[in-house]
Design a protein. Sequence first.
Length: 153
Amino acid sequence: MNIEIKKALIEDASVITKIKIAAFNKEINTYLGRNGGPPGYDKVDSEIDIIKNFIAYKIIFNEKIIGSFFLIPLDDGKIRFEDFVIHPAYQGKGYGFQTLTLIEKEYPKVHEWFLSTPVFSIGNQHLYTKFGYKEISRNLDEVQYTKVIEHYC
């Protein structure tokens, strides 16, 4: 069965926060031996701010929220993709790839996507590369990626 993406609502903030806690803590714990995530990942108020101020989405499977992400429009047909998480129980099943496909279909006029992931997140790096993202920079903490879409209109 396929997943779907829908705009996140304020009432989704608590569920999304729980998913972020589970996903980020699993990732950080696996590679660094501790819990953690981006600032505010474990705070419902932070998620409410994201839903209010950005283009926030929930990822749904069998009518259940299993993940989330948000978008930051940049200038001239460019978007930054942020906080992409899928609950650990649903990871490794192709839902990340499906989500990336759905979001590109949702925004056909976007010609360049940007995202980043921690250096230690080998699984994320594999997914983004498999989906056509190219590494553009790397430091001790993060790998930055871009994907340019060639539109043939």
